[in-house]
Design a protein around this ligand. Structure first.
Ligand SMILES: [Zn+2]
Ligand SMILES: [Zn+2]
Ligand SMILES: [Zn+2]
Length: 153
């Protein structure tokens, strides 16, 4: 999806939610579209000087409600934001529970297929019909793991 198409889709989704696609909402979506990883609110503000901190949180909440933005929670204080998966492509996250860093990771089609089979089996036991999955890996990023090692030595 190119950026123009993305903005058209975002505008439609907000309209269905009874909201307008204001300049600052459009700017937030643009920042997320140009980033190759999920961003925190301070990072989003740093990318576009025209955005005000006061409205950024509310705009993100509304964009999440309209199904345009997805929030990745990494600990209490490190929410990261990215475009919803149906606007980008399916992937997973490596979430550092110490510094909050979030990295996108893509699995091979083969691995995705075996994950779907395994998860569908578990779901079926509960009479649950699986449609798709979300799966994030929690742990320590390379930098934090190195620090941890240094401390324990
Ligand atoms: Zn870390
Ligand atoms: Zn992601
Ligand atoms: Zn997957």
């Amino acid at each position: 999806m190119d950026e123009e198409e993305l903005h058209t889709t975002a505008a439609q989704r907000l309209r269905s939610a009874g909201l307008r696609y204001t300049g600052s909402r459009r700017a937030v979506v643009g920042v997320l579209a140009r980033s190759d990883r999920p961003l925190t609110i301070p990072e989003i503000l740093g990318e576009d000087g025209s955005l005000a901190q006061s409205s950024a949180y509310r705009n993100l909440t509304e964009l999440i409600g309209a199904g345009i933005v997805h929030r990745i929670v990494a600990g209490d204080e490190f929410s990261h934001f990215e475009l919803a998966e149906d606007l980008t492509s399916h992937h997973h996250h490596l979430v550092c529970t110490r510094c909050g860093r979030v990295a996108d990771v893509t699995l091979s089609d083969e691995l995705e297929a075996s994950l779907d089979v395994a998860l569908a089996k578990v779901a079926e036991q509960q009479g649950f019909h699986a449609e798709h999955h979300r799966l994030d890996v929690l742990g320590l990023c390379a930098d934090c793991a190195r620090t941890e090692e240094g401390v324990s030595r």
